[in-house]
Design a protein around this ligand. Structure first.
Ligand SMILES: O=c1[nH]cnc2c1ncn2[C@@H]1O[C@H](CO)[C@@H](O)[C@H]1O
Length: 320
């Protein structure tokens, strides 16, 4: 049997994170070797609690959860928490009982460094929240960027408006300094921006199908989806919700679902465009040295097979 791709999910659950975690657990192509937590949709403490809860729902308490950073990398910025998208508990205001399990003693950063060095080149880190933990791992251990197989991240708005403001997407806005460290680190990076995820919509009709199925993950998700759907109806007037995190997980599971281009990405860290991701496509040779010169390239997704992604999401959640 071919070796399964090992993945660590860095997550801030979050309704679409819950979907993504369940999808990963339902994907025979990958082995989830751990979850690391971060603030974003909720504060880090609640992210850890929700990660443990979701693994208990899935019957996968064998998978360790390592708690991540409570602060941005500069420790200077006020956190922006998107509880208006996911509910104050991050999971659709369902007031689930606290999980029985606990996070491991090791921090998220130490866990990322240890696991990638145990399996050099074999671990894919799927980053679904702000990039603080990943940037801290890069800073703490120069070998991390060589040891990690690939970092597949949900972040950025490439040639489209952001979702926090016209400039910035939420995960990059959450810690722009960390994001710039990650994008310029030299690691193998695949960025899935909202230019991609806004093409992947779970419709009201899809949700009805999930509700009618007997899949245990489908049933659980239908309980928590209300707040996420209401937010999308109000903010975007869409008849459905964007599948940000599920699309990112599936891009890691099956890279043929997307196409990408390569170039240098820098992140604006100050001013009114703080959190802007700017991709240099190398079409112009600039006479002068720029902030993009001599930086390693990354992969940025440019197309997605949206019907195939939605079908995989539906099939894997209903057959659970
Ligand atoms: O309008 C929004 N503001 C803030 N965060 C959002 C919004 N929509 C979605 N997300 C959250 O941020 C990530 C994608 O940018 C996703 O994790 C999503 O749940």
């Amino acid at each position: 049997m071919a070796e399964l791709k090992k993945i660590i999910i860095d997550t801030d659950p979050g309704v679409d994170d819950a979907m993504a975690i369940f999808l990963a657990l339902q994907s025979p192509e990958v082995e989830v070797i751990g979850l690391t937590t971060i603030y974003g949709n909720v504060y880090t403490t609640l992210a850890t609690r929700n990660a443990l809860h979701l693994l208990e729902i899935a019957g996968r308490t064998d998978i360790p959860v390592a708690e991540g950073s409570h602060l941005t990398i500069t420790k200077g910025t006020k956190l922006r928490i998107a509880d208006f998208v996911h509910g104050t508990d991050g999971l659709g205001n369902q007031n689930f009982p606290p999980p029985k399990g606990k996070a491991i003693e090791q921090s998220a950063v130490d866990f990322l460094i240890q696991q990638t060095s145990l399996y050099p080149g074999k671990v894919t880190v799927v980053a679904l929240g702000p990039l603080t933990n990943i940037a801290l791992a890069i800073q703490a251990d120069p070998a991390f960027i060589k040891n990690v197989g690939q970092i597949v991240l949900l972040g950025g708005a490439f040639s489209v408006n952001g979702n926090v403001n016209p400039a910035a997407e939420a995960n990059i806005f959450g810690d722009p300094d960390a994001a710039d460290i990650v994008f310029t680190s030299g690691a193998d990076i695949l960025a899935i921006g909202i230019n991609i995820t806004h093409q992947v919509i779970l419709t009201d009709a899809d949700r009805d199908k999930l509700a009618e199925s007997s899949g245990k993950f489908a049933q659980y998700l239908c309980k928590i989806l209300d707040v996420y759907f209401s937010y999308h109806h109000d903010a975007y007037s869409t008849k459905g919700v964007y599948l940000h995190d599920p699309t990112t997980i599936l891009a890691a599971v099956d890279p043929s679902l997307i196409t990408y281009v390569e170039g240098v990405v820098r992140v604006q860290t100050v001013g009114i465009t703080r959190g802007l991701t700017l991709f240099y496509n190398k079409q112009k040779r600039f006479g002068e040295v720029t902030e993009w010169s001599d930086k390693p390239t990354v992969k940025v997704a440019v197309t997605v097979d949206a019907p195939a992604v939605v079908k995989l999401v539906m099939d894997r959640l209903m057959n659970s």
